[in-house]
Write a protein that binds this ligand. Structure first.
Ligand SMILES: [Fe+2]
Length: 326
């Protein structure tokens, strides 16, 4: 039986009034952080995250194991004993090359995949109904010369602007300790407030086409906010290695710009639960104008079946999609 007991910080409710975000309304809302005291079923998690809460599962045994596993892989790939100092210990080309190897190693490691599934189970996820994208290692450098397309400060965005899957849940966890100046940042005041963004014109197939033609293409990796918002206005979220947080793919977030001199090392994945799709549980679409939904980004966590294929085979209709299905 799942238990829905939370400790939480009060979050004053605001209406979806629209209009340009201002400094005043950015500061007017607290982040709705919830700490389930035990595993939580998919319905209760959906109820929390699709209303804008950030759910933090603390010190999960499998997450602590996953942290150790990813630390080992990262040390081996970077060939340094303290990967958080790798930018200072290595020449930049070496750092970028070894960091890329570390990212690939984590993505392809069977122990990582197995432990990730255990983490999700401990959080209460029904993995038999869960589809995911990848198990990723995220490295956020502190120095300009260390940055690449995949290792940099991410701009202000909602993941749903790219996926157009409003039942998407993001999972994020630090591998080494993070701090207010090197972590993920959220914009709780803008959870249900439309902001200007590039979702209408962004195309994943076009991104892939341009990337294949030119690996240095300027085509953006994801749609982003073009409203007057700065990542430095985001509310930093600091959790401990061994904790993992879940939040809606529709939550406005970014990387807190890292100028700390220390490499931020975290891991993340994204899931979609069939239970949520079948029961029409998702975040409200406030400003996503993506022309297509990327269900093919997600694969069953145990069988590997594509979510797009599964929905097609079961003729399941998905609500709350801005553009046409694909
Ligand atoms: Fe994101």
């Amino acid at each position: 039986m799942s238990i829905n007991w939370f400790t939480w910080l009060a979050r004053p409710k605001r209406g979806n009034g629209g209009g340009a975000p201002t400094e005043k309304n950015l500061a007017s809302d607290a982040l709705d952080l919830r700490y389930p005291s035990s595993s939580q079923n998919d319905r209760d998690r959906a109820s929390a995250v699709f209303s804008g809460a950030v759910v933090i599962y603390r010190a999960l045994p499998a997450m602590l194991e996953l942290v150790e596993c990813i630390r080992d892989i990262t040390r081996q790939a970077l060939k340094v004993t303290d990967p958080c100092l790798a930018e200072s210990l290595l020449e930049s080309p070496d750092f970028r090359h070894r960091a890329s190897s570390a990212r690939q190693a984590v993505r392809e490691n069977d122990d990582v995949a197995s432990l990730y599934r255990a983490v999700l189970r401990e959080a209460g996820v029904d993995v038999s109904a869960a589809f995911f994208d990848h198990f990723k290692l995220r490295l956020q450098p502190s120095n300009d010369v260390s940055r690449t397309r995949y290792m940099r400060d991410l701009p202000v965005h909602r993941d749903t602007w790219g996926s157009n899957v409003h039942a998407q849940i993001n999972w994020w966890a630090p591998i080494w300790p993070v701090a207010n100046d090197r972590t993920i940042g959220m914009f709780p005041a803008l959870w249900d407030v439309p902001v200007l963004n590039t979702s209408a014109g962004w195309s994943y197939p076009e991104f892939i086409r341009q990337l294949k033609a030119d690996k240095n293409t300027a085509y953006p990796m994801l749609p982003y906010c073009i409203d007057s918002l700065s990542p430095s206005d985001a509310v930093p979220v600091v959790i401990e290695p061994g904790d993992i947080m879940a939040f809606s793919g529709a939550h406005l977030h970014c990387s807190i710009p890292n100028q700390s001199g220390i490499l931020r090392i975290s891991t993340e994945t994204r899931t979609v639960s069939l239970h949520d799709l079948i029961n029409s549980r998702s975040a409200k679409n406030v400003d996503c104008n993506a022309p297509a939904s990327q269900f093919d980004w997600f694969h069953h966590i145990e069988t590997g079946e594509s979510l797009a294929h599964h929905l097609q085979a079961t003729e399941h209709k998905v609500p709350n999609v801005a553009g046409s299905d694909s």
